[in-house]
Design a protein around this ligand. Structure first.
Ligand SMILES: Cc1ncc(COP(=O)(O)O)c(C=O)c1O
Length: 424
């Protein structure tokens, strides 16, 4: 066993560089992003009809890290505050449900190719969707976003959840009229069970988190939004000013889709790192093993137990593993104590994060201070570019966390911070 593998098995925070990574322009990603942006634009009148507060776009703020005492080289993309579903999953889940509704309505002659898509929010369309079902497996946030969108259109909706799903997410879904099936298993097993059940029902559309191109496409459009926001902030990404993304990763769909879209926009000048819990680095173990065989975190003796419920995933999506083979810069792992400390620290600056969403803050120091990170910088960036990195932490969820649980996270985070300070 090499030294890296020992540290991985011991659940130490680490940075892994993808040996197959090739920063480059990306025609395929450009075509994918163009399609995603066009689809979102077409859905906008329906989104505005269902959720008037959005004016038809699902977008989040970009904020400077300076506002949180983190310096002006760091930026925060605030998907923890995304409208409608309160997490990055709004970008994928809403997209897949609404595109599916559009497809079904067109196939049934309810919507003509140039018809007004906003009519899908009307009672006649609701009656049509009420005879159909949307099903999904979820650790929580995907279920929330799919459940909210599907119920808004009138679909019957089933969400299959893993044992680590938080009780408040289950309750919130039930309050929306979603049928919640709680599995006594981990996420991958819950998804597999859900897929089998859905396969036997022709009126059910299954949102397959392990293999969905629609989810992936939905997430990817975030890159266009980011491009506009960076430009507005006067930041021009280029060879001497590269962008490094720190993206919380569970099964890989959300960070993979965003990284793919970012390649389309920024080409060789963006480098995407996935952030994963030390006990659940599903992308790290899969990408490190290569594409020839599927593997999971149990195989290296890790538990998949983490406070970051959105990232408690043992097996990476095969679709994303393929898409990211040459596009992923690397993976950085972070322990739960660090997540809670960062959650508490960001709370002091008005950022309401759940543990998964705090994972990106550990990224920049890992890139700049570890041996692997420094080797990455030396290999891919000029010294000038390395000094001018725009670090972008994607905060992916938290707005909906109930107040008592949020306060509990903060108390725990502060205690851990104090303990660490006392020790040093
Ligand atoms: C808050 C949060 N961040 C990140 C992720 C990771 O997304 P994915 O599982 O698509 O990799 C999730 C997934 O549910 C999440 O809930």
């Amino acid at each position: 066993m090499d030294e890296f593998e020992t540290r991985l098995k011991e659940a130490q925070p680490l940075l892994w560089c993808n040996p197959s990574y090739q920063p480059d322009g990306d025609d395929e990603a450009r075509a994918g992003l163009a399609r995603a942006v066009a689809d979102w634009a077409e859905l906008a009148p329906l989104i505005a009809a269902l959720w008037p507060e959005t004016s038809g776009t699902i977008r989040s703020d970009l904020r400077s890290g300076a506002a949180a005492g983190l310096g002006d080289a760091l930026w925060i993309k605030c998907d923890h505050d995304l409208p409608v579903a309160g997490s990055v999953k709004a970008r994928g889940g809403l997209f897949e449900v609404l595109v599916t509704a559009r497809t079904q309505a067109r196939a049934a002659g309810l919507l003509s190719p140039d018809g007004d898509i906003a009519t899908l929010a009307k009672p006649e369309a609701r009656a049509f969707f009420a005879q159909r079902r949307i099903a999904v497996g979820s650790t929580g946030n995907l279920g929330l976003s799919v459940g909210i969108a599907a119920r808004a259109l009138g679909y019957q909706t089933t969400v299959h959840m893993s044992h680590d799903a938080k009780a408040w997410k289950v309750q919130r879904l039930r309050d929306l009229g979603v049928e919640v099936v709680q599995h006594d298993s981990d996420y991958s097993a819950a998804v597999a069970a859900a897929r089998n059940i859905a396969a036997n029902d022709p009126l059910t559309h299954f949102v397959d988190d392990e293999a969905s191109e629609l989810l992936f496409r939905g997430y990817s459009a975030a890159a266009r939004e980011l491009q506009r926001q960076l430009a507005k902030a006067g930041i021009e990404i280029g060879p001497d000013r590269p962008l490094v993304l720190y993206l919380p990763c569970g099964i890989g769909g959300a960070p993979g889709g965003i990284a793919y879209g970012a390649r389309a926009v920024f080409g060789p000048d963006v480098h995407a790192f996935f952030m994963e819990p030390v006990q659940a680095p599903s992308a790290l173990v899969q990408m490190r093993a290569g594409l020839a065989r599927a593997t999971d975190v149990y195989e290296v003796g890790l538990s998949n137990r983490t406070e970051a419920d959105g990232m408690a995933v043992a097996t990476m999506s095969g679709l994303v593993a393929h898409a990211m083979h040459t596009r992923l810069a690397g993976v950085i792992t972070v322990d739960d104590d660090r997540l809670l400390c960062d959650l508490a620290r960001m709370a002091d600056h008005g950022f309401r994060l759940e543990p998964s969403a705090a994972s990106g803050f550990a990224g920049p120091a890992m890139l700049e201070t570890t041996e692997e990170g420094r080797a990455f910088l030396a290999r891919h960036l000029t010294p000038e570019a390395a000094r001018n990195i725009v670090h972008l932490v994607w905060t992916t969820g938290g707005a909906f966390v109930p107040e008592d649980q949020y306060q509990d996270f903060i108390v725990r985070g502060r205690k851990i911070s104090k303990h660490l300070q006392d020790r040093s």
